[in-house]
Design a protein around this ligand. Structure first.
Ligand SMILES: Cc1cc2nc3c(=O)[nH]c(=O)nc-3n(C[C@H](O)[C@H](O)[C@H](O)COP(=O)(O)O)c2cc1C
Length: 362
């Protein structure tokens, strides 16, 4: 006799199964997206996350329009993609409308399916050029820019922004409605102001007001989602059509799969240590496909993160920071398979550095 596993009740906060979401003509496989985290959400990580299931749209790290147009090596690497890295939007930024228009055209001509305009980046350098979050203070200019980019390409254009410059100037609801009229297909909204940086809490009311301010386009809520419950809560409280998850996806790369499991009435489960180590191996292997031997150096950035995630002892973490060849990597992985879990580690997300106080970066 077989005993069928009971289908679990959806948690009270869960969102019931619902129709697929379209961003303009593009249909999304799920409503849970990867928010860009410059320096982390590169091609190899995106592909490795997608393998786990449940991920909808991913967006590249932000790319400076002028660098893309002048074919900077780093910018070209940032926009590199593969057939399994889909759906994908490329995020561009810059202060000059002409540059953004030309970068969007370049992306369309090179087969990219979506362009995302960054209006949430508060970097001093970006703002002094008039780009990034500074655009939030000048609605007419921001709208002209968006209109020009939308008019220049046929691929869908979206915007990512914060609630506003500071508490006194919450501009997102007004801007979202203007951007909708200008023809963007979606807006990702980090529920903090520029002034807040990464401090304080995400203002869900501000996201809800922005949802109410648009008539058709989806608002993608963003900020501090760490668990499936957080994601469902954000959607339920704000009415946002989708959720973008940044640091939470690093804290738990299996988060998208878990959300999909809950939605499908399955019991979400934790990855085994073997699965976590396989994730590390696939991530590195995909980096080598893009960067060859340079991956050994580039992977250093992830040593502390994997060290914390896998609880590997410090000597192994240090070697993960210093290995110089693919063979050395695989020898190291064999040891990690033996010795993971030996160390109590800090929460991995704490290792994604965010600036203190009023933001200078992001
Ligand atoms: C290290 C780091 C890099 C980021 N890079 C970008 C970026 O390239 N483009 C962007 O629009 N936002 C960027 N952000 C902001 C995130 O996309 C997101 O809006 C923010 O982290 C809040 O969401 P979370 O709590 O899910 O991480 C970055 C944030 C961090 C911490």
């Amino acid at each position: 006799m077989t005993v069928e596993a009971a289908v679990p009740e959806l948690p009270p906060d869960a969102i019931r199964p619902e129709p697929a979401l379209g961003l303009g003509p593009r249909m999304m496989p799920t409503r849970y997206f990867l928010a860009p985290l410059a320096g982390y959400t590169h091609l190899a990580l995106r592909r490795t996350l997608r393998d786990l299931g449940g991920l909808g749209l991913a967006t590249t790290d932000l790319v400076l329009a002028t660098h893309l147009l002048s074919q900077h090596r780093h910018s070209l690497e940032l926009v590199e993609t593969t057939t399994d890295d889909t759906p994908l939007s490329v995020q561009i930024f810059g202060g000059q409308t002409r540059d953004l228009v030309n970068a969007a055209r370049w992306l369309q001509d090179h087969g990219y399916q979506g362009v995302d305009l960054n209006m949430g980046c508060p970097m001093a350098k970006v703002n002094s050029q008039g780009g990034g979050a500074r655009l939030l203070c000048d609605a007419d200019n921001a709208c002209r820019l968006v209109e020009a980019v939308v008019a220049a390409v046929t691929v869908p254009v979206s915007v990512k922004m914060r609630l506003g410059w500071d508490r006194e100037s919450i501009s997102a609801p007004y801007l979202a409605s203007r951007f909708e009229q200008a023809g963007v297909v979606a807006i990702t909204l980090h529920g903090r102001t520029r002034q807040q940086g990464f401090g304080g809490t995400v203002n869900l009311d501000g996201i809800a007001e922005t949802v109410a301010a648009v008539s058709k386009i989806p608002i993608i809520g963003n900020g501090d989602v760490r668990t499936a419950e957080d994601a469902f809560h954000m959607r339920r409280v704000t009415g946002c059509a989708a959720v973008a998850i940044g640091r939470g996806a690093l804290l738990d790369p299996w988060l998208f799969r878990k959300i999909a499991d809950v939605e499908a009435g399955r019991v979400p489960y934790e990855p085994t240590p073997a699965e976590q180590i396989d994730f590390l191996v696939r991530h590195f292997t995909r980096m080598t496909e893009q960067h060859g031997d340079r991956s050994c150096l580039l992977f250093r950035k992830f040593a502390a993160w994997y060290g914390a995630k896998l609880g590997i002892p410090e000597d192994l973490e240090q070697r993960l920071r210093l290995f110089e060849s693919v063979d050395a990597f695989h020898a190291l992985v064999a040891e990690i398979r033996e010795r993971h879990g030996e160390r109590q580690s800090p929460i991995a997300t704490a290792l994604v550095k965010v600036p203190n106080g009023p933001i200078e970066h992001w």
